[in-house]
Structure formats: C-alpha cells, structure tokens
Design a protein around this ligand. Sequence first.
Ligand SMILES: NC(=O)c1ccc[n+]([C@@H]2O[C@H](COP(=O)([O-])OP(=O)(O)OC[C@H]3O[C@@H](n4cnc5c(N)ncnc54)[C@H](OP(=O)(O)O)[C@@H]3O)[C@@H](O)[C@H]2O)c1
Length: 254
Amino acid sequence: MSGFPGIEGTTVVVTGPTQGIGRAIVHGFADNGAAKIVGISRSITDDHAVAAEARERGAEFIALQCDFADRGANLALAERVHEAVGDIDILVNNAGTVAFSPSDEYPMEMWDEVLEVNLHGPFILTRDIGRRMIKNGGGKIVFNASLASFQGNVGVISYTVSKSGIAGVIRGLGVEWAPHNVNVNGIAPGYTTTDLTAPVHESPEEFAKVLERTPANRWMDPEDLVGSILFLASSASRSICGQIIPVDGGWLVR
Ligand SMILES: NC(=O)c1ccc[n+]([C@@H]2O[C@H](COP(=O)([O-])OP(=O)(O)OC[C@H]3O[C@@H](n4cnc5c(N)ncnc54)[C@H](OP(=O)(O)O)[C@@H]3O)[C@@H](O)[C@H]2O)c1
C-alpha cells in the first residue's frame, strides 16, 4: 500500500511492532518511504524478522526494548527514543495487551498491568514525545484504540477501561494540541486475527459469532488497518483532530 502524502523521509515510532497489527504498520510505513522506524516492545531486537522486513523495504529500523508494564521504564522511554534518533515526526501507539477474567473476581494485578500497558504507558510516551513535537512546530500521533473504546465487552473489564481511557486521551490531546499543529487521532479496529484475539478466533463457535455480528461478514486482517493509520499519519488528515475512525466491517453502526 503506497501513496500517502507526507510519510516519505519521516522518523516514525511504532510500539508493538513484533507481530499482528504493529508488524503490518511497520510494513506500511516502510512501503511509503519512511526513513527511520523505531520499534518498541519487550522482545524487539535489531535482528527481529520485522527489522529485516523494514530494511528490505528501504527503511532504517531501530529496536528499543521496553516493558510498558514498568512505570519507571515508561518515564524514561521518550528520552531513550530521542537519544537514539533525535526528533520524531509520527508516533503510533499500537502495543497493547488483554487479560481475561470475570469482573466479579477480577485480580487487581491484572487490572494494574493492563492499565499501565494500554493507558498510562502510551500517555506518558505521548506526553513526552508530544512536548518535543510542539516545540518543533508539529507532528502526528495515532492510537490503536478499540471497539471497547465505545462498548462494553464481557470478561475484559481492564481492557475496556483502558481503551475507553485512550478515547479520552485522543479527544483531550486532540483539542489541546490542535493549535500546535499536532494531530492526535486513533482507529478502532474490528475483530482482527492476531494472537491477542486467539481465544476468540480459535474457538469455532466464537469465531462464527463475530462473523455473524459483523456486517461485512469477515474478520479483519492486520493489513486492513494499515491504510487508516497511514492516512491519520499523513498530511492528508491535517484537519482531523481528536477522532477515532472505526475500521470494523460495519460493527459499530449495526
Ligand atoms: N486484534 C484485535 O482484534 C484488536 C482489536 C482492537 C484493537 N486492537 C489493538 O491493537 C493493538 C495491537 O494488537 P494485536 O492484535 O496486534 O496484538 P498482538 O499480536 O498480541 O501484538 C501485541 C504487540 O504489543 C507488544 N506488547 C504487548 N505487551 C507489551 C508490553 N508489556 N510492553 C511492550 N510491548 C508490549 C507485543 O510485543 P512484545 O511481545 O515484544 O512485547 C506485540 O508487538 C493493541 O493495542 C490492541 O488492543 C486489536
């Protein structure tokens, strides 16, 4: 997928690049001429397959390991990014996790971890990278939100709370940073076949329920989400602020 204006030559941060949606996002930026891609997650290395895939497509790839469950690491992360590559043009907050349990016995350790990885960590990184974008006259920030930013989901209360919080971050920063030429937006993917949703798509019964509920009658592939992320990171979306685009095969309007 190529042809998105304003991506060529940029320095992009993608969190959670090792697999699933994040890996497809790295491919999308490299295919559109991004010069440098900084990939951040627990297991990413310069030797990871996604690093080689980015380089094959012509982008430099820089791996930074960080566990977003660790508050101290989150507070130090933006400085590490800036030390590694200098100024950032585009930040894609994609890394995320989920923890399943009925809410009436939801363990607080799971609650704390999911909230740190999905909400607090991305906010801290965005705050600290955004500060430099403001100083530099602009930038693009895109979050991977969720249908759970709009709806209740069963058995994943911390995930629902984290993604509802991200919707607030997108709206709050979307208006606060619009005068600084920093666009803050997000996408809400429909059910996508990745490891995150394995408990759902590996159950034939649950897989079929999602199909039946989705007007497009299909699960999303990671590649289905890349165009909307690139659009929100491109100069074509300069007047879009604080919005979340559902990419869900029609799920939310049904
Ligand atoms: N799949 C869906 O249906 C769906 C729907 C809506 C929204 N989303 C959102 O899309 C994003 C990507 O999901 P996915 O489906 O692609 O999931 P995935 O295949 O499980 O990939 C998750 C990515 O996040 C990284 N990550 C997980 N925990 C981390 C931590 N503690 N610290 C740093 N990095 C961490 C992982 O890398 P390491 O293992 O190397 O840390 C991995 O690269 C998430 O924010 C998710 O909520 C997904």
